[in-house]
Design a protein. Structure first.
Lengths: 62, 302
């Protein structure tokens, strides 16, 4: 289930979205979407960190 | 001979609305100084050098409210109209008071609002503490209607002249008499309070946006909200700490994550330089923290 990048809510409806550099971001409200646009670097960095933490280590990783 | 303290009136300014700063804590007992004094961006630092608002000064008084573990449920208060940055009593008390739940606030009075002890936050009614960062536009136009909506005991509880304290009375009226309330209940009452005030404001013909960053605690739970009544206005900042242990490393406070959470902080600004320690409360969302340190963030639907 998609998660609002800003507030962390699980979303059953994904009407409010934004595509940035090929990545889709989902929001519960226009308020969260506006907040994302105001502080894009913070939220993109946080989202990247979570993805990296979730990826399993490969054979070449130390 | 005693010089009678007079109310000081803040001259209206044509600049943007002034804002206060606050911090709240719930969890394992800590010294108040760990949030008010020690961090790089402590609340006392924010009284002269706030980082996330245009005007860095919050010198129109301060207040702290704290709950003791062995004492009655009603919290203690200490307030003063002097700036927090040079109040020696505040430093002394904060370095000796241990508490598992406390609120602290530094004030930048809204234009036209008197600077007085009674107008310093946090406000207290029974076991509840209340703080506000923001302003209710057109408050003078709705004050009579607001007061008429209150039962006598809540009307009589109002000692000052601020929009913030009056909003607290509305909140307590919405809370009702039930004493077995959850964090979620506090959050729902916050939403109802904002909704009610906004109806009065709109009926009065006020079009400027109001800012409703309220925080309330009963000593067991905290509820806070980041809300502005205009989709075109960025709400003022509000954060909460990521779960973890609040500790010191190299003499600097930090939040050690990946350890058992010992406490949660809500704050107008990040207290530490570690941005990763903090989560920004989303606009138009209510945050609640219960006495198990479980958090919930809900979108407000007004």
């Amino acid at each position: 289930m998609p998660i609002d990048t800003v507030c962390g809510m699980e979303l059953s409806i994904t009407e409010i979205t934004l595509v940035l550099n090929g990545t889709s971001f989902y929001f519960c409200s226009e308020g969260c979407r506006a907040e994302f646009l105001r502080h894009t670097d913070d939220y993109v960095q946080a989202a990247t960190t979570e993805v990296e933490a979730a990826e399993p280590l490969g054979p070449d990783d130390v | 001979m005693f010089r009678q303290r007079r109310q000081r009136w803040k001259q209206p300014s044509p600049s943007a609305p002034t804002m206060c700063r606050f911090v709240g804590y719930i969890g394992r007992e800590i010294l108040l100084s760990e949030l008010l004094v020690s961090p790089a961006n402590s609340l006392i630092h924010q009284s002269y050098g706030a980082r996330e608002r245009r005007e860095p000064l919050n010198g129109d008084g301060f207040g702290i409210g704290w709950y003791g573990s062995d004492q009655p449920a009603e919290p203690a208060l200490f307030k003063s109209i002097t700036p927090a940055w040079n109040n020696q009593n505040l430093l002394e008390l904060s370095r000796h008071i241990l508490s598992g739940c406390f609120f602290a606030h530094i004030r930048a009075a809204s234009p036209g609002m008197p600077v007085s002890d009674a107008n310093c936050h946090p406000f207290r009614i029974g076991q509840y503490l209340w703080m506000h960062n923001g302003t209710i536009e057109g408050f003078r136009l709705i004050r009579r209607r607001l007061c008429d909506s209150l039962p006598d005991r809540l009307y009589d509880s109002i000692q000052g002249t601020t929009d913030s304290e009056h909003a607290f009375a509305v909140f307590m009226n919405n809370l009702g008499d039930d004493t077995a309330l959850t964090a979620r209940d506090l959050g729902s009452a916050l939403i109802d309070t904002i909704s009610q005030i906004e109806k009065w404001v709109r009926r009065a013909g006020v079009t400027q946006p109001s800012i409703y960053n309220f925080a309330v605690t009963d000593g067991q739970n905290i509820a806070t909200v980041r809300y502005v009544s205009s989709a075109n206005t960025e709400p003022i900042s509000l954060y909460f700490s990521k779960p973890g242990e609040y500790c010191y490393r190299d003499g600097k406070p930090m939040i050690r994550r990946n350890s058992i959470s010992t406490g949660m902080i809500v704050a107008s600004e990040r207290l530490t330089d570690e941005r990763d320690d903090w989560v920004r409360v989303a606009p138009n969302h209510v945050l609640t923290i219960d006495n198990q340190l479980s958090t919930e963030v809900r979108l407000m639907a007004l």
